[in-house]
Design a protein around this ligand. Sequence first.
Ligand code: E4P
Length: 217
Amino acid sequence: MKFFADTAELDDIRELAATGLLDGVTTNPSLIAKSGRDFMEVTKEICSITDGPVSAEVVALDHETMMKEAEKLRKIADNVCIKVPLTVDGLKTCKALTDDGTMVNVTLCFSANQALLAAKAGATFVSPFVGRHDDNGTDGMDLIRDIRLIYDNYDFHTEILVASVRHVVHVLESARIGADVMTAPPKVIHALFKHVLTDKGIEGFLKDWETTGQSIL
Ligand code: E4P
């Protein structure tokens, strides 16, 4: 399963890239606003840190303007992936861009039927939002299971990009189900490293090592 970082914070992206775990980045207008940075500039910098897909989202609602925005965004770097909302105009834009060889991430997917539409429109990625489903009282991971089943039934090549990931159990379940990608805030990716027995183990080994009086260096 590929790991994308869901952030526009450059230091966090650099740190994750150094671990070798980072396969791409997703941003959205809220994350850009939070970064306080210029959209074009920050996207360009992210694209220089990772070779993987970097999702940059259009903000227009109509197909024609979405295409104009996408045209500007895709000039930033070869690894820009245009993010469009799951609407009629969004899917028209998806079809036009993917026919032209541009990567597209169809975002704000909340149902398996919507994911079916995204795949039929040729999306490179579909982003089902699991955390927002959970917030709304339904199990977001059920949606991922349904999409995996449907995509496998028809051999769709659209990658399932689990989004709105809030905690490590979302990551575990995504991997169990066979999602292609998950995108998470850096703090969730860092939490994957943690285990109390790892910390305890290090502590015990170091305590015993001290009794040897030896040094490696
Ligand atoms: C995905 O591409 C979105 O940027 C993101 O995962 C949304 O997450 P949120 O529901 O925590 O805002």
